[in-house]
Design a binder for this molecule. Structure first.
Ligand SMILES: Cc1cc2nc3c(=O)[nH]c(=O)nc-3n(C[C@H](O)[C@H](O)[C@H](O)COP(=O)(O)OP(=O)(O)OC[C@H]3O[C@@H](n4cnc5c(N)ncnc54)[C@H](O)[C@@H]3O)c2cc1C
Length: 381
Protein backbone atom coordinates (compact mmCIF):
# COMPACT_ATOMS: atom_id res chain seq x y z
CA UNK A 1 0.00 0.00 0.00
CA UNK A 2 1.57 3.31 -1.03
CA UNK A 3 1.46 6.29 1.27
CA UNK A 4 0.28 9.75 0.20
CA UNK A 5 2.99 11.22 2.45
CA UNK A 6 5.05 10.13 5.44
CA UNK A 7 3.22 12.52 7.71
CA UNK A 8 0.01 14.56 7.87
CA UNK A 9 -0.80 17.40 10.24
CA UNK A 10 -4.56 17.70 10.77
CA UNK A 11 -5.68 21.20 11.76
CA UNK A 12 -3.52 24.25 11.06
CA UNK A 13 -4.32 26.45 14.04
CA UNK A 14 -1.75 27.42 16.65
CA UNK A 15 -0.35 23.95 17.37
CA UNK A 16 -0.82 22.49 13.88
CA UNK A 17 0.79 25.33 11.91
CA UNK A 18 3.83 25.00 14.17
CA UNK A 19 3.86 21.20 13.89
CA UNK A 20 3.80 21.56 10.10
CA UNK A 21 6.68 24.04 10.17
CA UNK A 22 8.77 21.98 12.60
CA UNK A 23 8.14 18.78 10.60
CA UNK A 24 9.10 20.46 7.31
CA UNK A 25 12.21 21.94 8.96
CA UNK A 26 13.25 18.39 9.80
CA UNK A 27 12.90 17.45 6.11
CA UNK A 28 9.69 15.44 6.49
CA UNK A 29 7.40 14.72 3.55
CA UNK A 30 4.33 16.33 5.15
CA UNK A 31 0.85 17.51 4.17
CA UNK A 32 -1.24 19.87 6.33
CA UNK A 33 -5.06 19.80 6.34
CA UNK A 34 -7.20 22.75 7.39
CA UNK A 35 -10.99 22.94 7.12
CA UNK A 36 -10.88 26.75 6.77
CA UNK A 37 -7.81 28.84 5.88
CA UNK A 38 -4.89 29.38 8.29
CA UNK A 39 -5.53 32.37 10.57
CA UNK A 40 -9.35 32.04 10.39
CA UNK A 41 -11.70 33.20 13.17
CA UNK A 42 -13.67 30.02 13.93
CA UNK A 43 -11.39 28.13 16.35
CA UNK A 44 -9.44 29.12 19.47
CA UNK A 45 -6.67 31.26 17.95
CA UNK A 46 -8.19 34.43 16.52
CA UNK A 47 -8.46 37.97 17.92
CA UNK A 48 -5.10 39.55 17.01
CA UNK A 49 -3.12 38.82 20.19
CA UNK A 50 -2.33 36.32 22.94
CA UNK A 51 -0.35 36.82 26.14
CA UNK A 52 3.11 35.35 26.40
CA UNK A 53 4.22 34.78 29.98
CA UNK A 54 7.32 33.10 31.47
CA UNK A 55 6.57 33.57 35.20
CA UNK A 56 3.69 31.19 34.77
CA UNK A 57 0.73 31.01 37.11
CA UNK A 58 0.16 27.51 35.67
CA UNK A 59 3.30 26.31 37.50
CA UNK A 60 7.05 25.76 37.11
CA UNK A 61 6.53 22.68 34.90
CA UNK A 62 5.64 24.96 31.94
CA UNK A 63 8.76 27.14 32.04
CA UNK A 64 10.96 24.84 29.91
CA UNK A 65 8.15 24.68 27.33
CA UNK A 66 7.76 28.50 27.36
CA UNK A 67 11.50 29.07 26.96
CA UNK A 68 11.70 26.61 24.06
CA UNK A 69 8.60 28.23 22.56
CA UNK A 70 10.17 31.69 22.82
CA UNK A 71 13.33 30.52 20.99
CA UNK A 72 11.14 29.11 18.23
CA UNK A 73 8.92 32.24 17.99
CA UNK A 74 12.14 34.21 17.46
CA UNK A 75 13.30 31.69 14.84
CA UNK A 76 9.95 32.01 13.08
CA UNK A 77 10.23 35.82 13.14
CA UNK A 78 13.63 35.55 11.45
CA UNK A 79 12.32 33.07 8.87
CA UNK A 80 9.28 35.25 8.08
CA UNK A 81 10.76 38.71 8.54
CA UNK A 82 7.85 39.83 10.78
CA UNK A 83 7.59 40.80 14.44
CA UNK A 84 5.41 38.25 16.24
CA UNK A 85 6.39 38.58 19.92
CA UNK A 86 6.71 41.92 21.74
CA UNK A 87 8.05 41.57 25.27
CA UNK A 88 6.49 44.67 26.83
CA UNK A 89 6.55 43.22 30.37
CA UNK A 90 3.66 42.13 32.55
CA UNK A 91 2.14 43.14 35.87
CA UNK A 92 0.51 40.46 38.02
CA UNK A 93 -1.84 41.85 40.67
CA UNK A 94 -3.65 40.23 43.57
CA UNK A 95 -3.64 39.53 47.30
CA UNK A 96 -0.28 38.11 48.46
CA UNK A 97 -2.08 34.95 49.62
CA UNK A 98 -4.54 34.76 46.71
CA UNK A 99 -4.89 32.40 43.76
CA UNK A 100 -2.26 33.81 41.40
CA UNK A 101 0.65 35.43 43.20
CA UNK A 102 1.74 32.37 45.25
CA UNK A 103 2.05 30.06 42.17
CA UNK A 104 3.69 32.84 40.13
CA UNK A 105 6.27 33.42 42.88
CA UNK A 106 6.81 29.64 43.12
CA UNK A 107 7.56 29.53 39.37
CA UNK A 108 9.88 32.53 39.70
CA UNK A 109 11.74 30.93 42.62
CA UNK A 110 12.04 27.52 40.94
CA UNK A 111 13.63 29.03 37.83
CA UNK A 112 15.29 32.09 39.35
CA UNK A 113 13.40 34.37 36.95
CA UNK A 114 14.03 38.12 36.89
CA UNK A 115 11.17 40.02 38.53
CA UNK A 116 10.28 42.91 40.80
CA UNK A 117 7.73 42.96 43.60
CA UNK A 118 5.62 46.10 44.14
CA UNK A 119 3.74 47.23 47.24
CA UNK A 120 0.18 48.53 46.98
CA UNK A 121 1.49 52.11 47.06
CA UNK A 122 4.12 51.41 44.37
CA UNK A 123 1.50 49.85 42.05
CA UNK A 124 -0.78 52.85 42.55
CA UNK A 125 2.00 55.28 41.80
CA UNK A 126 3.58 53.48 38.79
CA UNK A 127 0.41 51.98 37.25
CA UNK A 128 -2.48 54.33 38.07
CA UNK A 129 -4.51 52.76 35.22
CA UNK A 130 -5.29 49.86 37.62
CA UNK A 131 -7.72 50.55 40.47
CA UNK A 132 -6.61 48.08 43.12
CA UNK A 133 -7.82 47.00 46.56
CA UNK A 134 -5.91 47.81 49.75
CA UNK A 135 -4.59 44.21 50.03
CA UNK A 136 -3.39 44.01 46.40
CA UNK A 137 0.32 43.84 45.62
CA UNK A 138 2.16 43.41 42.32
CA UNK A 139 4.82 41.31 40.63
CA UNK A 140 6.49 42.64 37.48
CA UNK A 141 7.73 40.09 34.93
CA UNK A 142 9.94 41.46 32.13
CA UNK A 143 9.59 38.10 30.31
CA UNK A 144 5.91 38.76 29.55
CA UNK A 145 4.52 40.20 26.35
CA UNK A 146 2.14 39.91 23.44
CA UNK A 147 2.11 37.47 20.52
CA UNK A 148 0.36 38.24 17.24
CA UNK A 149 -1.98 35.28 16.92
CA UNK A 150 -3.19 35.00 13.32
CA UNK A 151 0.10 36.47 12.05
CA UNK A 152 2.01 33.73 13.90
CA UNK A 153 -0.11 30.96 12.41
CA UNK A 154 0.23 32.33 8.87
CA UNK A 155 3.98 32.80 9.33
CA UNK A 156 4.39 29.18 10.44
CA UNK A 157 2.43 27.89 7.45
CA UNK A 158 4.47 30.12 5.08
CA UNK A 159 7.72 28.89 6.64
CA UNK A 160 6.54 25.26 6.33
CA UNK A 161 5.60 25.68 2.66
CA UNK A 162 8.98 27.33 2.09
CA UNK A 163 10.55 24.12 3.41
CA UNK A 164 8.51 21.89 1.10
CA UNK A 165 5.32 21.16 3.09
CA UNK A 166 2.07 20.83 1.12
CA UNK A 167 -1.15 22.40 2.43
CA UNK A 168 -4.79 21.57 1.71
CA UNK A 169 -7.15 24.33 2.80
CA UNK A 170 -10.93 23.98 2.83
CA UNK A 171 -10.28 20.27 3.45
CA UNK A 172 -12.28 18.87 6.35
CA UNK A 173 -11.12 15.66 7.98
CA UNK A 174 -14.02 13.29 8.54
CA UNK A 175 -12.31 10.30 10.14
CA UNK A 176 -8.91 9.12 11.34
CA UNK A 177 -8.30 5.36 11.51
CA UNK A 178 -5.00 3.76 12.52
CA UNK A 179 -4.26 0.57 10.59
CA UNK A 180 -1.58 -2.10 10.21
CA UNK A 181 0.57 0.06 7.97
CA UNK A 182 0.01 3.69 8.82
CA UNK A 183 -3.04 5.84 9.42
CA UNK A 184 -6.04 6.28 7.12
CA UNK A 185 -7.58 9.75 6.90
CA UNK A 186 -10.92 10.40 5.23
CA UNK A 187 -11.53 14.00 4.16
CA UNK A 188 -13.82 16.13 2.07
CA UNK A 189 -12.76 19.28 0.25
CA UNK A 190 -12.87 21.19 -3.02
CA UNK A 191 -12.17 17.97 -4.95
CA UNK A 192 -14.75 15.90 -3.10
CA UNK A 193 -14.34 13.07 -0.63
CA UNK A 194 -11.10 11.13 -0.53
CA UNK A 195 -9.22 8.59 1.57
CA UNK A 196 -5.52 9.18 2.28
CA UNK A 197 -2.82 7.05 3.86
CA UNK A 198 0.04 8.39 5.94
CA UNK A 199 2.84 6.81 7.96
CA UNK A 200 1.98 9.01 10.94
CA UNK A 201 -0.56 11.71 11.71
CA UNK A 202 -0.31 14.72 14.07
CA UNK A 203 -3.76 15.67 15.40
CA UNK A 204 -3.93 19.40 16.09
CA UNK A 205 -7.65 19.85 15.65
CA UNK A 206 -8.20 21.84 18.87
CA UNK A 207 -11.82 21.89 20.04
CA UNK A 208 -12.78 19.32 17.39
CA UNK A 209 -10.35 16.63 18.64
CA UNK A 210 -12.67 14.67 20.93
CA UNK A 211 -15.26 14.38 18.15
CA UNK A 212 -12.69 12.91 15.76
CA UNK A 213 -11.02 10.55 18.27
CA UNK A 214 -13.91 9.21 20.40
CA UNK A 215 -11.75 6.63 22.20
CA UNK A 216 -9.40 9.15 23.77
CA UNK A 217 -9.18 8.72 27.54
CA UNK A 218 -8.32 12.35 28.23
CA UNK A 219 -11.60 14.17 28.92
CA UNK A 220 -11.88 17.38 26.87
CA UNK A 221 -14.54 19.94 27.72
CA UNK A 222 -15.13 22.73 25.21
CA UNK A 223 -16.65 25.94 26.49
CA UNK A 224 -17.47 29.29 24.96
CA UNK A 225 -15.35 32.25 25.92
CA UNK A 226 -15.08 35.87 24.80
CA UNK A 227 -12.56 38.25 23.33
CA UNK A 228 -13.43 41.83 24.38
CA UNK A 229 -11.67 45.07 23.52
CA UNK A 230 -12.37 48.40 25.26
CA UNK A 231 -11.62 51.87 23.89
CA UNK A 232 -9.09 53.97 25.75
CA UNK A 233 -10.02 57.69 25.55
CA UNK A 234 -6.34 58.42 26.34
CA UNK A 235 -4.61 55.72 24.30
CA UNK A 236 -1.07 56.73 25.33
CA UNK A 237 -1.91 55.61 28.90
CA UNK A 238 -2.71 52.10 27.69
CA UNK A 239 -0.01 51.38 25.09
CA UNK A 240 2.65 48.65 25.57
CA UNK A 241 5.22 51.14 26.95
CA UNK A 242 3.05 52.45 29.82
CA UNK A 243 0.57 49.65 30.52
CA UNK A 244 1.84 46.23 29.38
CA UNK A 245 0.16 42.90 29.88
CA UNK A 246 -1.64 42.17 33.15
CA UNK A 247 -3.28 39.49 35.26
CA UNK A 248 -5.43 40.83 38.08
CA UNK A 249 -7.21 38.77 40.70
CA UNK A 250 -10.09 40.90 41.95
CA UNK A 251 -13.82 40.72 42.63
CA UNK A 252 -13.80 36.91 42.45
CA UNK A 253 -12.29 36.80 38.96
CA UNK A 254 -8.93 36.22 37.35
CA UNK A 255 -8.83 38.97 34.73
CA UNK A 256 -6.23 39.15 31.99
CA UNK A 257 -5.43 41.88 29.54
CA UNK A 258 -3.22 43.20 26.80
CA UNK A 259 -2.33 46.79 25.94
CA UNK A 260 -3.81 48.76 23.05
CA UNK A 261 -1.78 47.63 20.05
CA UNK A 262 -1.88 48.22 16.32
CA UNK A 263 -5.28 49.90 16.22
CA UNK A 264 -6.96 47.47 18.61
CA UNK A 265 -8.42 48.60 21.93
CA UNK A 266 -7.30 47.32 25.32
CA UNK A 267 -8.11 43.63 25.50
CA UNK A 268 -9.63 42.45 28.78
CA UNK A 269 -11.03 39.01 29.60
CA UNK A 270 -12.32 37.23 32.68
CA UNK A 271 -10.74 33.78 32.60
CA UNK A 272 -13.33 32.20 34.89
CA UNK A 273 -16.45 33.97 33.63
CA UNK A 274 -19.16 31.27 33.65
CA UNK A 275 -19.96 30.31 30.05
CA UNK A 276 -21.94 27.59 28.33
CA UNK A 277 -20.45 24.36 27.00
CA UNK A 278 -20.01 24.23 23.23
CA UNK A 279 -21.80 21.15 21.91
CA UNK A 280 -20.51 21.51 18.33
CA UNK A 281 -17.35 23.60 17.76
CA UNK A 282 -18.49 24.27 14.18
CA UNK A 283 -21.46 26.22 15.56
CA UNK A 284 -19.95 28.55 18.15
CA UNK A 285 -21.03 32.02 16.98
CA UNK A 286 -18.40 34.69 16.41
CA UNK A 287 -21.10 37.28 17.18
CA UNK A 288 -21.58 38.12 20.86
CA UNK A 289 -24.78 39.18 22.56
CA UNK A 290 -24.07 42.29 24.74
CA UNK A 291 -25.50 40.38 27.73
CA UNK A 292 -22.49 38.04 27.44
CA UNK A 293 -19.93 40.83 27.97
CA UNK A 294 -21.91 42.86 30.53
CA UNK A 295 -19.99 41.33 33.46
CA UNK A 296 -16.62 42.04 31.79
CA UNK A 297 -17.69 45.66 31.28
CA UNK A 298 -18.71 45.92 34.95
CA UNK A 299 -15.28 44.61 35.97
CA UNK A 300 -13.54 47.07 33.63
CA UNK A 301 -15.50 50.05 34.96
CA UNK A 302 -14.41 49.11 38.51
CA UNK A 303 -10.79 48.14 37.88
CA UNK A 304 -9.70 50.07 34.76
CA UNK A 305 -11.65 53.33 35.12
CA UNK A 306 -9.59 55.01 32.36
CA UNK A 307 -11.25 52.78 29.75
CA UNK A 308 -14.66 53.43 28.25
CA UNK A 309 -16.58 50.39 29.50
CA UNK A 310 -19.46 51.15 27.14
CA UNK A 311 -17.34 51.11 23.97
CA UNK A 312 -16.78 47.38 23.44
CA UNK A 313 -15.88 45.14 20.53
CA UNK A 314 -16.42 41.43 21.17
CA UNK A 315 -15.95 38.06 19.45
CA UNK A 316 -16.81 34.53 20.52
CA UNK A 317 -14.02 31.98 20.98
CA UNK A 318 -13.53 28.54 22.62
CA UNK A 319 -11.45 27.02 25.41
CA UNK A 320 -10.79 23.26 25.40
CA UNK A 321 -10.19 22.11 28.98
CA UNK A 322 -8.80 18.94 30.50
CA UNK A 323 -9.53 18.21 34.20
CA UNK A 324 -5.96 19.22 35.21
CA UNK A 325 -5.74 22.07 32.65
CA UNK A 326 -2.61 20.40 31.20
CA UNK A 327 -1.98 19.79 27.51
CA UNK A 328 -2.18 16.43 25.74
CA UNK A 329 0.93 15.73 23.71
CA UNK A 330 1.89 12.21 22.66
CA UNK A 331 0.52 9.03 21.15
CA UNK A 332 -2.63 7.77 22.90
CA UNK A 333 -2.75 3.99 23.41
CA UNK A 334 -6.03 3.79 21.47
CA UNK A 335 -4.57 5.49 18.38
CA UNK A 336 -1.18 4.08 17.34
CA UNK A 337 0.53 6.22 14.71
CA UNK A 338 -1.36 9.33 15.85
CA UNK A 339 0.46 12.07 17.79
CA UNK A 340 -1.86 14.34 19.72
CA UNK A 341 -1.01 18.06 20.08
CA UNK A 342 -4.15 19.26 21.78
CA UNK A 343 -6.28 20.53 24.68
CA UNK A 344 -4.35 23.63 25.50
CA UNK A 345 -6.90 24.63 28.15
CA UNK A 346 -6.93 28.36 27.54
CA UNK A 347 -3.19 28.91 27.89
CA UNK A 348 -1.70 27.18 24.86
CA UNK A 349 -0.91 29.86 22.32
CA UNK A 350 2.35 31.01 23.87
CA UNK A 351 3.58 27.38 23.93
CA UNK A 352 2.32 26.50 20.44
CA UNK A 353 5.72 26.54 18.71
CA UNK A 354 7.14 24.22 21.40
CA UNK A 355 4.06 21.96 21.32
CA UNK A 356 4.28 21.76 17.51
CA UNK A 357 8.00 21.04 17.74
CA UNK A 358 7.45 18.28 20.31
CA UNK A 359 4.73 16.69 18.17
CA UNK A 360 6.97 16.83 15.09
CA UNK A 361 9.83 15.21 17.02
CA UNK A 362 7.57 12.40 18.29
CA UNK A 363 6.07 11.78 14.85
CA UNK A 364 9.56 11.53 13.34
CA UNK A 365 10.93 9.28 16.13
CA UNK A 366 13.17 11.97 17.60
CA UNK A 367 13.63 12.88 21.24
CA UNK A 368 11.48 15.96 22.06
CA UNK A 369 13.37 18.98 23.41
CA UNK A 370 11.26 19.13 26.60
CA UNK A 371 9.93 16.60 29.09
CA UNK A 372 6.39 15.68 28.04
CA UNK A 373 5.52 13.43 31.02
CA UNK A 374 2.95 15.86 32.53
CA UNK A 375 1.16 15.96 29.17
CA UNK A 376 0.65 12.25 28.47
CA UNK A 377 -2.70 11.70 26.69
CA UNK A 378 -3.16 8.51 28.75
CA UNK A 379 -2.70 10.12 32.18
CA UNK A 380 -6.40 9.73 32.98
CA UNK A 381 -7.00 6.18 31.89
C1 LIG B 1 -10.37 34.08 24.53
C2 LIG B 1 -9.10 33.30 24.60
C3 LIG B 1 -7.97 33.89 25.15
C4 LIG B 1 -6.79 33.17 25.23
N1 LIG B 1 -5.69 33.79 25.73
C5 LIG B 1 -4.50 33.14 25.71
C6 LIG B 1 -3.32 33.81 26.08
O1 LIG B 1 -3.35 34.99 26.42
N2 LIG B 1 -2.14 33.13 26.04
C7 LIG B 1 -2.08 31.83 25.64
O2 LIG B 1 -0.99 31.27 25.63
N3 LIG B 1 -3.20 31.17 25.27
C8 LIG B 1 -4.39 31.79 25.28
N4 LIG B 1 -5.52 31.16 24.88
C9 LIG B 1 -5.45 29.74 24.51
C10 LIG B 1 -4.91 29.57 23.13
O3 LIG B 1 -5.41 30.57 22.26
C11 LIG B 1 -5.31 28.17 22.66
O4 LIG B 1 -4.82 27.22 23.61
C12 LIG B 1 -4.68 27.84 21.33
O5 LIG B 1 -4.86 28.90 20.43
C13 LIG B 1 -5.31 26.56 20.81
O6 LIG B 1 -4.66 26.21 19.62
P1 LIG B 1 -5.04 24.87 18.86
O7 LIG B 1 -4.08 24.74 17.75
O8 LIG B 1 -5.16 23.75 19.84
O9 LIG B 1 -6.53 25.12 18.33
P2 LIG B 1 -6.97 25.98 17.06
O10 LIG B 1 -6.04 27.12 16.86
O11 LIG B 1 -8.42 26.22 17.18
O12 LIG B 1 -6.69 25.01 15.85
C14 LIG B 1 -7.42 23.87 15.53
C15 LIG B 1 -7.50 23.88 14.02
O13 LIG B 1 -7.94 22.62 13.56
C16 LIG B 1 -8.83 22.85 12.49
N5 LIG B 1 -9.68 21.68 12.40
C17 LIG B 1 -10.49 21.18 13.37
N6 LIG B 1 -11.15 20.11 12.94
C18 LIG B 1 -10.77 19.91 11.66
C19 LIG B 1 -11.12 18.96 10.70
N7 LIG B 1 -12.01 18.00 10.96
N8 LIG B 1 -10.54 19.02 9.48
C20 LIG B 1 -9.62 20.00 9.20
N9 LIG B 1 -9.28 20.95 10.09
C21 LIG B 1 -9.83 20.90 11.31
C22 LIG B 1 -9.58 24.09 12.91
O14 LIG B 1 -10.24 24.71 11.83
C23 LIG B 1 -8.47 24.93 13.51
O15 LIG B 1 -7.84 25.73 12.55
C24 LIG B 1 -6.72 31.84 24.78
C25 LIG B 1 -7.86 31.25 24.21
C26 LIG B 1 -9.03 31.98 24.11
C27 LIG B 1 -10.21 31.33 23.48
Amino acid sequence: MTLDADLAVLGLGAAGSSALWRSATRGADVIGFEQHTPGHAHGSSHGHSRLFRTALVEGPQYVALARHAQRLWRELERADGTELLTLCGGLFLGPADGRILPPILETIAAHDLPHETLTTAQVRSAYPQHAIEEDTVGVLDPGTGVLRAEAGIRAAVRAAVGQGARVRTGEQVLAVTPGERGVEVRSTGPEGERTWRFGRVIMATGAWTAGLLPELTVPMRVRRTLLTWFRAPEPEQFGPERFGVFLHEADGYLAWGAPALEGHGVKVGLHDLPAPAVADPSHNPLEVDPAEWAEVARWVSRRLPGLDATDVRAEGCMYTHTPDEAFSIGTPRAYPGVVLAAACSGHGFKHATAVGDAAAALALDEEPAVDLTPFSPDRFG
